[in-house]
Design a protein around this ligand. Structure first.
Ligand SMILES: *[C@@H]1O[C@H](CO)[C@@H](O)[C@H](O)[C@H]1NC(C)=O
Ligand SMILES: *[C@@H]1O[C@H](CO)[C@@H](O)[C@H](O)[C@H]1NC(C)=O
Length: 149
């Protein structure tokens, strides 16, 4: 189980890295251009611009864009007021980072046997620190999602 999680963490890191090295031309009408991004930025709903970009869609981009067109057509200048904009985001987007939840491996012990097998004190302290990271860095895919995949 531990190996599996390490692998999936490193594949996330790898894909982030690969995406960073070869940025695809961004043609998303939601995250890179278009009226939703524009109005979210104008309304200054979030302190951090990255926040919106990290929110995942609940519906297909076409549906979200169409719903936004419908919504903005309710105002003469096509500008959705902040409260309605926030409501729209809650309906069609997820909060960032909701696909993972904190997780401590069920077989995690604070003094695992392998630590006792390390003779060098410094190395053992280091290994212990790494081992402790499971508690702060452990993540698993949300139960509801794991079941749908
Ligand atoms: C937008 O409005 C059109 C016309 O009323 C409707 O057919 C369409 O389903 C609406 N889109 C969404 C996502 O609600
Ligand atoms: C759109 O209209 C609203 C209400 O009349 C106004 O408060 C807002 O500043 C306008 N926005 C733009 C971009 O013109």
């Amino acid at each position: 189980m531990l190996t599996l999680v390490l692998f999936s963490l490193s594949s996330v890191a790898l894909s982030t890295c690969v995406n960073g090295a070869f940025p695809p031309p961004c043609d998303s009408e939601i995250y890179c251009a278009g009226p939703i991004l524009h109005q979210v930025q104008q309304a200054k709903l979030f302190d951090d611009d990255k926040y919106f970009v990290d929110m995942k869609l609940r519906e297909s981009p076409d549906v979200v864009l169409s719903a936004f067109r419908n919504l903005s057509s309710e105002w003469p200048n096509a500008t959705v007021p902040p409260a309605e904009l926030q409501e729209f985001l809650s309906a069609y987007f997820e909060e960032p980072g909701t696909e993972f939840e904190s997780w401590t491996p069920p077989d995690w012990h604070d003094q695992p046997k392998f630590l006792g097998g390390i003779a060098n004190q410094e190395l053992r302290n280091w290994a212990e620190k790494i081992h402790m990271l499971w508690k702060s860095l452990g993540r698993k895919v949300e139960t509801s999602r794991a079941q749908t995949h």
